[in-house]
Design a binder for this molecule. Structure first.
Ligand code: DQA
Length: 144
């Protein structure tokens, strides 16, 4: 199983950025944990991060025909990028949306996700474990 993990804008600043909200672990630490979980689950992981909407869209398009699933944290784009939503909707690849924080108990503008409706589901609020849970649930979905 080949899975693309996409991190949206400002997630490269994890470990520095608003630690009380997003945790102490650095972006690199979290990526190591994602790769480790992938190894345990026999999932090949490719990790991609961009702060640029169009680059994320291009990456989603590239996944067409090459990846079995996508795990995406669209970060702030979650709340307003119809273009990323349409990209996910275009490629016909099962996608899980993840968030480190629980977006439903934060500011009002964060409670709305325009991308979640084109995903299998959303995992929000478990810190970096949201990514690991997404990988596990992909495996469960595949085997069910
Ligand atoms: C986030 C939540 C978003 O509202 C925010 O813009 C982010 C990170 C999260 O993982 O909790 O950048 O996606």
């Amino acid at each position: 199983m080949n899975v693309l993990v996409i991190h949206g804008p400002n997630l490269n600043m994890l470990g520095i950025r608003e630690k009380s909200v997003y945790g102490e672990k650095s972006f690199e630490d979290i990526n190591d944990l994602i790769i480790e979980e992938g190894n345990k689950l026999h999932i090949n992981i490719e990790i991609y991060q961009s702060n640029i909407e169009g680059e994320i869209i291009n990456k989603i398009h590239e996944a067409y025909g090459n990846k079995d699933a996508i795990v995406i944290n669209p970060a702030a784009f979650t709340h307003y990028s119809y273009a990323i939503r349409d990209a996910i909707g275009s490629v016909n690849i099962p996608t899980i949306e993840v968030h480190l924080s629980n977006i439903h108990k934060r500011e009002e503008f964060r409670t709305k996700s325009v991308t979640a409706p084109v995903c299998i589901g959303q995992i929000s609020g478990f810190g970096y474990n949201s990514y690991l849970l997404a990988l596990r649930s992909l495996k469960m979905t595949k085997n069910s």
